[in-house]
Design a binder for this molecule. Structure first.
Ligand code: HEM
Ligand code: HEM
Length: 156
């Protein structure tokens, strides 16, 4: 299949995905911060608890998590689409496989939301475990992603 991308858009096309993914890495750290605040809020007592409750961290975390879920799924599909448009194929390598794995992880982690809200402890442990793995893989994905960007810049 051949896609006709307007000529003016071609040079910018390979850079949308990397920029989006760096923004998403920042969103992931924000999700980590607000998630930790959720735990602190639950275990706090008295004055400290009412101060933490004002931060509405559970709500903010859920919103940040939803943004992360949506943009990671769309960003992965976008990365694959651009790779296909530019090379007429996908590269069956670590960046593709880890990327697809991360998308599966974030979807599974998000699906635990109703169970965590019902107070199921195992769901919280599973959510934290999956997201720790997600963050570690994100570091790896950023490193391999930067290598791909360098390869694209050297080609042009
Ligand atoms: C890097 C990604 C993420 C990290 C590091 C993270 C971390 C955490 C942590 C530490 C907690 C507290 C668990 C506890 O109460 O013991 C939590 C709770 C929660 N997370 Fe995440 N999370 C991430 C992504 C997401 C996503 C993608 C969603 C859903 C769209 C989500 C939805 C929730 C919900 C609903 C809770 C329960 C909040 C409550 O108690 O009301 N999180 N998360
Ligand atoms: C954090 C920094 C990241 C950078 C700098 C980066 C960079 C890139 C680049 C330059 C491409 C090739 C685009 C092209 O050929 O024009 C690519 C492809 C791709 N990226 Fe990323 N990426 C990053 C993170 C991610 C993440 C977090 C995921 C998934 C969760 C992901 C999934 C993919 C996939 C599936 C492809 C297609 C790979 C292929 O078929 O070879 N990337 N990425």
């Amino acid at each position: 299949m051949d896609f006709s991308v307007p000529q003016w858009l071609r040079p910018a096309l390979p850079f949308f995905h990397p920029v989006l993914m760096w923004v998403l890495l920042a969103v992931s750290f924000y999700a980590l911060y607000t998630g930790v605040q959720v735990i602190r809020t639950r275990s706090a007592k008295g004055e400290a608890k009412s101060t933490l409750l004002k931060g509405k961290f559970a709500q903010v975390h859920h919103q940040a998590g939803s943004i992360l879920l949506t943009l990671m799924v769309l960003g992965t599909l976008g990365g694959m689409a651009v790779t296909y448009i530019n090379n007429h194929k996908l590269f069956f390598g670590p960046h593709l496989l880890v990327g697809l794995g991360m998308t599966g992880l974030v979807a599974t982690s998000a699906s635990l939301s109703p169970l965590m809200q019902q107070g199921k402890q195992w769901a919280r442990v599973a959510h934290i475990t999956l997201n720790t793995l997600l963050l570690a893989l994100f570091g790896w994905q950023a490193a391999t992603g930067v290598q791909i960007v360098q390869r694209i810049l050297n080609q042009s």
